[in-house]
Design a protein around this ligand. Structure first.
Ligand code: SAM
Ligand code: SF4
Length: 350
């Protein structure tokens, strides 16, 4: 369902005409956030995301081109998308990614452009990110211990990630640190990561591990859900305070008295936030996903290559938004018979 609301009103001698597009789905949820994964390739091998040998990387022709991404984003912004997050794979391993980011930053009507990165190659681009208006970056960092970083990611890049953290803070870019909590791998890092919020104005968000590991290992079920993560933090910091969560927030947010930063917990596996889900995804292959757990609902790249015109593409998009699953459980159930959830998160974007 898509509502076009036209407000016209006069005020003394001024005449304002404001057109507001409200994009909503068949469950009445607003859709205003697009996550665009620009590549499946990555320079790390995070245990929970892909096997050590990597994936069968997509060929260049299977990837959306930057032109196709821009065209799709421009249309979606016209339809009501207000925020775009660039993700991957690792966005900075795709050639000329700053060109795409710069072009997106100039899209009329886009209110927020942001990205998620592992920070390995990001530091040299931070000044430019600031210049084009990127005001917030999600940095993935599951441990503050260089050896454990190597054990989790199979790459010796801890120093470069910390350099990126430094640069982001130096340039006054809001930082959200994403840490996936993995049983037997990094639960000893929960408290040191919370400690990071003492002196740094960062939001550290603990994410439940999901089964999107590219078949690298068998998913043994979730041992550290959001309740257990919170219990662990509360046991160390009984004075922890609940913060108000922003609209559409996927994290439950907290702060410790006297700490500059905050702590969040994202129930990504427990899926407690589907009722207000405002996001859609486009994969590196151009597959539109209206739920993280669905199998893709339409391929935008293929339609563009078949020469679809803008009106028809818009119609197709509205149709998919009008047939959106209720929640991640329904989406997972729908695909369970063909193939369960096992693809790498690098092919989705998180
Ligand atoms: N390479 C970039 C990075 O790591 O920030 C962007 C892509 S990555 C797929 C996006 C986010 O998904 C990261 O914060 C990562 O920690 C998270 N992620 C990947 N696999 C996951 C899994 N199996 N469960 C939960 N989160 C996962
Ligand atoms: Fe790469 Fe990000 Fe996946 Fe880690 S989580 S392997 S950094 S895409």
């Amino acid at each position: 369902m898509c509502w076009l609301v036209l407000f016209t009103f006069t005020q003394t001698s001024l005449f304002y005409k404001t057109i507001i597009f409200l994009l909503t789905d068949n469950h009445g949820r607003k859709i205003n956030y697009l996550r665009l994964a620009v590549t499946d390739r990555c320079n790390l091998r995070c245990f929970y995301c892909m096997p050590e040998e990597g994936l069968n990387w997509l060929s260049r022709s299977a990837l959306m081109t930057y032109e196709e991404m821009l065209q799709s984003c421009a249309l979606l912004v016209k339809m009501g998308i207000e925020k775009i997050r660039i993700t991957g794979g690792e966005p900075f391993v795709r050639k000329d990614i700053m060109k795409l980011l710069t072009a997106l930053s100039e899209l009329p009507g886009l209110k927020e452009l942001t990205l998620t990165t592992n920070g390995v190659l990001t530091a040299p681009h931070v000044a430019e990110l600031k210049r084009i208006g990127v005001s917030s970056v999600n940095l993935s960092l599951d441990t503050l211990d260089a050896n454990r970083f190597f054990a989790i990611t199979k790459r010796d890049e801890f120093g470069n990630v910390m350099k990126t953290l430094d640069e982001l803070l130096k340039h006054d870019i809001e930082v959200k640190v994403n840490a996936v909590v993995m049983d037997g791998k990094n639960t000893q890092d929960i408290i040191p990561l919370v400690e990071l919020t003492k002196d740094l104005p960062v939001s550290v968000r603990f994410i439940e591990e999901m089964p999107f590991n590219g078949d690298g290992h068998v998913y043994a079920g979730l041992k550290w859900d959001y309740v257990r993560i919170l219990d662990e933090i509360k046991a160390h910091y009984p004075a922890i305070k609940k913060l108000d969560d922003a609209q559409y927030s996927t994290s439950y947010n907290y702060q410790l008295p006297g700490h500059k930063g905050s702590v969040g917990i994202i129930a990504a596996y427990s899926r407690t936030f589907c009722g207000t889900c405002n996001r859609i995804r486009i994969t590196p292959e151009g597959e539109l996903k209206t739920c993280l757990y669905d199998n893709g609902v339409m391929n935008i790249k293929d339609l563009l290559r078949q020469g679809i015109n803008e009106d028809d593409l818009k119609e197709r998009l509205l149709n998919t938004f009008n047939n959106r699953v209720k929640d991640g459980w329904e989406a997972e159930h729908q695909r369970a018979e063909s193939q369960g959830v096992h693809e790498s998160m690098a092919t989705i974007g998180g």
